[in-house]
Ligand binder design. Structure first.
Ligand SMILES: [Ca+2]
Length: 412
């Protein structure tokens, strides 16, 4: 929500959202990926549960403030303060951001301020590259309010080149809809790439707490509401524009009042408005970014033939030797990677014996693997040492899972 959205922008964003949703066939894909790639969160790297007495300010070791009434590039009407009048714990384990109709004695870009609110951020206290970013929030809701939980890149030379990931945005006139969006050079502001998620039970989001989350991995960002995936974005969605999401980001939580996109308070608007945050958590994803060996039949290693990083290079079994050709990472997006490429089923085949190779990561399901019970599984078939022989350079492929030793792998 960083900078200018025009009124047209809102329409464009919704249009893009509908296209994105229909292309992705979100519900079916969500189920499939849940089954294939349970990205179990690992280490928690940031957590605030907002415990503390009522009226207490948020923990300054975690949260700082943006302050002012410049309009923030969007013709917003509020003045952001660092006062507990606008952001404080409620004594019940929540942080409450309160937007009030008052001048606060402040001057805004349009004259005497009409509203005060708060915008908290971790730019100085916490940044991370990739991982699961989640908050449980009860959003406000009335004409003209614009609550958001979002992220900005802390490197890259300024907006939009440093990237923006909007985990959740809502505008008051759409009580049953939240939006997830990415912005970068060539797809900023009005041209942000996003999708909308509509309340499945017809209840306005403001009525209850919901969890809003992204799982962010190299070359893929996936959005969830209450654990339901509704959008997944990869570099293939950018039409040739640059993917600017491979560096650290920080978080922001705020309630804006007025602006090009939400429009402005009117006779129906009710104030004050509160955004109640139960918790904010960030963690690494399954596998983190650490590299390790994948050992299979006879204790030999999964190996990229000839340490060749070219697309289509076969993946084979070979004596473990500690080289980069045997150093695999699982960044948490369902992929398994070595030499900067993804483990891939050739031509997305599904027949027993279809060879496995490395190919540039492309987000296809032929590169989505789950790991459990020592099986490495793609679309229901197991990674298999062809012919059940442990000789060096024996190729791998996929095969109907049969529990035999040539399909058992240990990821170290
Ligand atoms: Ca809490």
């Amino acid at each position: 929500m960083k900078l200018k959205r025009s009124r047209i922008a809102a329409v464009v964003a919704i249009g893009a959202a509908l296209v994105g949703t229909s292309l992705l066939q979100a519900p079916a894909q969500a189920k499939q990926e849940a089954a294939q790639a349970p990205a179990a969160a690992l280490a928690t790297t940031f957590e605030d549960n907002f415990d503390g007495p009522a009226g207490q300010a948020p923990d300054s070791s975690k949260w700082r403030y943006d302050i002012g009434g410049s309009g923030w590039g969007n013709d917003e009407r509020q003045y952001y303060t660092n006062s507990t009048r606008n952001s404080a714990k409620d004594g019940n384990g929540n942080l409450v951001i309160t937007a009030r109709q008052e001048s606060g004695g402040f001057q805004c870009h349009y004259g005497t301020c009409q509203y005060t609110s708060a915008r908290l951020l971790t730019a100085q206290t916490f940044t991370q590259t990739y991982g699961r970013w989640e908050a449980r929030i009860k959003i406000p809701g009335t004409q003209g309010v614009w609550p958001a939980f979002w992220m900005l890149g802390s490197q890259g030379g300024g907006w939009p080149n440093n990237g923006e990931i909007d985990i959740m945005e809502n505008i008051g006139r759409e009580p049953n809809t939240v939006h997830g969006t990415i912005h970068g050079p060539g797809y900023s502001g009005a041209e942000g790439i996003g999708a909308a998620y509509n309340s499945p039970n017809g209840q306005p989001f403001r009525n209850d707490f919901h969890t809003y989350r992204v799982d962010w991995a190299p070359d893929a960002i996936t959005w969830f509401v209450d654990g339901v995936q509704y959008q997944r974005r990869t570099p293939a969605d950018l039409g040739g524009d640059q993917w600017v999401f491979n560096h650290p980001f920080f978080m922001i939580m705020n309630v804006a009042v007025g602006g090009y996109w939400p429009g402005y308070p009117d006779g129906s608007t009710q104030m004050p408005q509160t955004m109640t945050i139960d918790y904010v958590r960030v963690s690494t994803l399954d596998g983190g970014s650490t590299n390790g060996q994948i050992k299979g039949l006879a204790g030999k290693c999964l190996d990229v033939a000839g340490a060749n990083s070219a697309d289509g290079t076969p993946v084979q079994l070979y004596d473990c030797n500690g080289t980069a050709a045997q150093s695999w990472s699982r960044p948490g997006d369902g992929t398994i990677r070595a030499l900067g490429k993804c483990l891939d089923v050739a031509n997305a085949g599904t027949a027993d014996g279809t060879r496995v190779q490395i190919v540039s990561c492309n987000g296809n399901t032929a590169q989505q693997w789950s790991y459990g019970n020592n099986d490495i599984v793609n679309r229901g078939k197991c990674l298999d040492v062809i012919g059940n022989t442990s000789a060096n350079s024996t190729p791998t492929g996929i095969w109907t899972c049969n529990g035999q030793a040539n399909q058992k792998w240990t990821i170290t």
